[in-house]
Design a protein around this ligand. Structure first.
Ligand code: FES
Ligand code: FES
Length: 164
C-alpha cells in the first residue's frame, strides 16, 4: 500500500515519516520514532495507556490514524520534564505519593493528568476521578493517583501565584 509522507511535531521536535494510511499513531510513535513512553495496553480504546496530547486534547493514540496527526503538535510523557531533566510537577507528585506500582499505565495517566490540569486547574477529587476515567490502572486502586494529581495541582497553582 502506498505510504503517506507525514510531518508533525513531537515534544517540540519536528518529525517526518512515511506511514501507510491504515497505520495507527501509537505504532508510528513507538516503532518508527522510538517514542516508547505511550504504551499499548488493550488496542480496543479502553485502557488509556496509549494516551498522548494532540493539539491540546488527550487522545488515545491507538484509535487515531497516524495520518490524522499530520501537522499536529503532539506531547508524550517524554516531553513533560524540563530540558535539564527536572521532572514535571505531576511526575514528582506521582513519585512522592506512590501514584504507581508496575508503572504500565503511568505514562498515559500522567499525560492525561497534564491536560486535565489545564482544563481544570483546581479540580476536586471527584473531578479528578472523572477526568482520568478513560485511563485504567490494575495496580493502585486509584487512591494515590488522585492524591498525586491533587498535589501536583496545588504545586502548579502555587508557582503560578508566586510568579503573578
Ligand atoms: S492501548 Fe489505547 S486505549 Fe488501550
Ligand atoms: S501502576 Fe500498574 S497498571 Fe497502573
Amino acid at each position: 500500500m502506498a505510504k503517506m509522507h507525514l510531518k508533525f511535531t513531537v515534544n517540540g521536535r519536528a518529525v517526518e515519516t512515511l506511514a501507510e494510511p491504515r497505520m495507527l499513531l501509537i505504532h508510528v510513535l513507538r516503532e518508527q520514532l522510538a517514542i516508547t513512553g505511550p504504551h499499548i495496553g488493550c488496542d480496543t480504546s479502553h485502557c488509556g495507556a496509549c494516551t498522548v496530547d494532540m493539539n491540546g486534547k488527550s487522545v488515545k493514540s491507538c484509535t487515531v490514524f497516524a495520518a490524522q496527526a499530520n501537522g499536529a503538535e503532539i506531547v508524550t510523557i517524554e516531553g513533560l520534564a524540563a530540558p535539564d531533566g527536572t521532572l514535571h510537577a505531576l511526575q514528582e507528585a506521582f513519585r512522592e505519593h506512590h501514584g504507581l506500582q508496575c508503572g504500565f499505565c503511568t505514562p498515559g495517566m500522567i499525560t492525561r493528568a497534564y491536560r486535565l490540569l489545564q482544563e481544570n486547574p483546581k479540580p476536586t477529587d471527584a473531578e479528578i476521578r472523572v477526568g482520568i476515567s478513560g485511563n485504567l490502572c490494575r495496580c493502585t486502586g486509584y487512591q494515590n493517583i488522585v492524591k498525586a494529581i491533587g498535589a501536583a495541582a496545588q504545586r502548579l497553582n502555587a508557582s503560578k501565584e508566586a510568579a503573578a
